[in-house]
Design a protein around this ligand. Structure first.
Ligand code: KIV
Ligand code: ZN
Length: 517
């Protein structure tokens, strides 16, 4: 597969697995995903998400649990009325009233469930196995009598004795159930056990088997794939792995692994994954960790020097997939681990700079990485622009040797500076309305002249309190000479001083030029 650089060691696994020809993707972001603590989608958000899932190519959208409320029923009905290609499914307990609510919502498929493990039967349902089986059969009959697709789940299947599971699944199959879903409700399985369980179920059942794995031990995707390797033909997933407690198997991870590592067909358009993830991130207000696989901000970001060098030389050295394949972009990030040479290589490959300028940018980056965790390409661009726009050290008439600024809530902002003007050292102090004002006054006092600040502009380049900022100033001296200065840095006060010093040097430059004329 083009753009995929996974291990050759997977080949024998591909050959001996019992993959279905096509694996169906059942998305439950709007149902199990909405059960994530703190998540509540609005009607508009549910519609937007359903449309995106449909675009993505999801086969079934579990749009909610209709019996929850009339609002929920109506929302599901509205989603159904969008006329999407994906089938719309509603969840129901093995209770006739729940199925009636699904019928009202006009769904294509009803996903019925009843708990089958000892612990759930005894403490939650307070029911024996025979009664639960009777309800499962009656509800299957009811769904099928209304001409709908019926997907049946033994809740807590993975803590239910296998013989009992088979009794339930075989019985509902005889009554017309279309899909057997196997929920690992509390995420207590591991891949080999899951492979064994699905192999056993498959050998006794005719209808397709579906996986529904929770992530309590971080194994939801691995368990889902193990079931698929044993022949399950459908998987329940959620965008960003949302879901009860630690969540469900992530759609992005399960689908991408299945399609690229195992080369199994699903109808998913991988290049829309990042877009879908961002949408759900915004609607759920659950921020993805940067290292979330496939769609996380760091999934295709490279920092360390050797890695950046490798990636720039041949991307697959450090990328198992091309970022474009999953709708991502490669990002080169400078940070604490970025070596001097890597910075120089990176900067010189992207910008046309002299050796001295490359060194200056490199030094600025290294200084910044002490305080700022990561430096993006935008930051580097700003630093390069700052260096390109700055005056070479040798041409500076006035140089800043030392500064000290004190500010606080019960103190007048005070600054002291030591400058060198030509070969003369000059020291002065000043107070002001803020630290930058105090510094500007101290500098003017040291130079013994008044300089008017005509313009001062401060702009943050990237978000966060450790963002880089650009400062631009325009100053005017008593002779009417004006000049601009610009500086980039992580410290607002220092960037302001550097911009000011630059503008002063330009003023002195102008004066020298005039005298020369
Ligand atoms: O995790 C679970 O058991 C469920 C059921 C409703 C299938 O979500
Ligand atoms: Zn679940």
């Amino acid at each position: 597969m083009e753009g995929v650089f996974v291990s050759d060691l997977i080949q024998p696994i591909r050959e001996r697995s019992k993959f279905a020809d096509r694996v169906y993707v059942f998305d439950t972001t709007l149902r199990d995903g909405e059960q994530t603590p703190g998540v509540c989608f609005t009607l508009d958000e549910k519609i937007e998400i359903a449309r995106k899932l449909d675009q993505l190519g999801v086969d079934v959208i579990e749009a909610g649990f209709p019996v929850n409320s009339d609002d929920e029923t109506n929302t599901i009905k509205m989603i159904k009325n969008l006329g999407l290609k994906s089938k719309i499914c509603g969840l129901a307990r093995c209770v006739i009233g729940d199925v009636d609510a699904c019928l009202k919502a006009n769904v294509d498929r009803v996903h019925i469930f009843i708990a089958t493990s000892d612990i759930h039967l005894k403490y939650k349902l307070k029911m024996d196995e025979a009664k639960a089986l009777e309800q499962a059969i009656a509800t299957t009959d009811y769904v099928k009598a209304h001409g709908l697709e019926c997907e049946f789940s033994c809740e807590d299947a993975t803590r239910t004795p296998v013989e009992r599971l088979l009794r339930f699944y075989k019985s509902v199959e005889q009554h017309g159930a279309d899909v057997h879903n196997v929920p690992d409700t509390v995420g207590v399985m591991e891949p080999e056990a899951m492979f064994g369980l699905i192999t056993t179920l498959r050998s006794s059942l005719k209808k397709p088997i579906s996986m529904h794995c929770h992530n309590d031990f971080g194994l939801a995707v691995a368990n889902t794939l193990a079931g698929i390797k044993a022949g399950a033909a459908q998987m329940h997933v959620t965008v960003n792995g949302l879901g009860e407690r630690a969540g469900n198997a992530s759609l992005e991870q399960a689908v991408t692994a299945l399609m690229t590592m195992y080369r199994v067909n699903t109808g998913i358009k991988l290049n829309l994954l990042t877009e879908a993830s961002k949408l759900v991130e915004r609607c759920s207000m659950i921020k993805l960790t940067p290292n979330f696989p496939i769609v996380g901000d760091n999934s295709f970001a490279h920092e360390a020097g050797i890695h950046v060098h490798g990636v720039l030389a041949k991307a697959e050295s450090y990328e198992p997939l091309t970022p474009e394949m999953v709708g991502q972009k490669r990002r080169i990030v400078m940070g604490k681990h970025t070596g001097k040479h890597a910075v120089a290589n990176f900067v010189s490959e992207k910008y046309n700079l002299t050796d001295e300028q490359i060194k200056a940018v490199g030094e600025k980056i290294r200084c910044l990485t002490i305080n700022k965790k990561k430096i993006t390409e935008n930051d580097v661009t700003a630093l390069v622009e700052g260096v390109l726009g700055s005056i070479a050290e040798a041409e500076k008439v006035v140089k800043l040797d030392e500064i000290l600024v004190v500010t606080g809530n019960k103190i007048t902002p005070t600054a002291s500076v030591q400058l060198t003007l030509k070969d003369r050292k000059m020291v002065a102090a000043g107070v002001g309305t803020g630290p930058v004002d105090a510094l500007s006054r101290a500098i003017q006092s040291a130079l013994g002249e008044e300089i008017k600040l005509l313009n001062y502009r401060l702009e943050a380049i990237s978000g966060g309190t450790d963002s880089l900022c650009t400062v631009e100033v325009v100053v005017e001296d008593r002779e009417g000479n004006t000049a601009m200065g610009m500086a980039v840095g992580g410290d607002i006060v220092m960037a302001s001083v550097f911009a000011l010093m630059e503008s002063l040097n330009r003023i002195y430059g102008k004066r020298i030029e005039k005298k020369g004329n």
